[in-house]
Write a new protein. Structure first.
Length: 115
């Protein structure tokens, strides 16, 4: 099981980024995927989750209306479209899957929101 994030970078407040999470090593279309982030604090925050078919999506209150999670099961990839970014969105963003009761995380991608 492997997850690889990409798409992070430096963006000004109000800007947009789209993160990608490419998956391999498991039957992608049968598993929910989630995005999380870790800022300067000690805890990793849950950002968004999408069900295996994409029919169900959940978001943290802090990103509702600004972030959109989606997936392309043909490409084994989950996306996180982030609009109207704020300095407090600065963090390392990770995707995660739980397969067979075991949690797998990607290596993370850095998002920095600063003028």
């Amino acid at each position: 099981v492997q997850l690889v994030e990409s798409g992070g970078g430096l963006v000004q407040p109000g800007g947009s980024l789209r993160l990608s999470c490419a998956a391999s090593g498991f039957t992608f279309s049968t598993y929910a995927i989630s995005w999380h982030r870790q800022g300067p604090g000690p805890e990793r925050e849950s950002v968004a989750m999408i069900s295996n078919t994409g029919a169900l999506k959940n978001y943290a209150d802090s990103v509702k209306g600004r972030f959109t999670i989606s997936r392309d099961n043909a490409k084994n990839t989950v996306y996180l479209q982030m609009n109207n970014l704020k300095p407090e969105d600065t963090a390392v963003y990770y995707c995660r899957v739980i397969v067979g009761g075991r949690s797998t995380w990607g290596q993370g991608t850095q998002v920095t929101v600063s003028s």
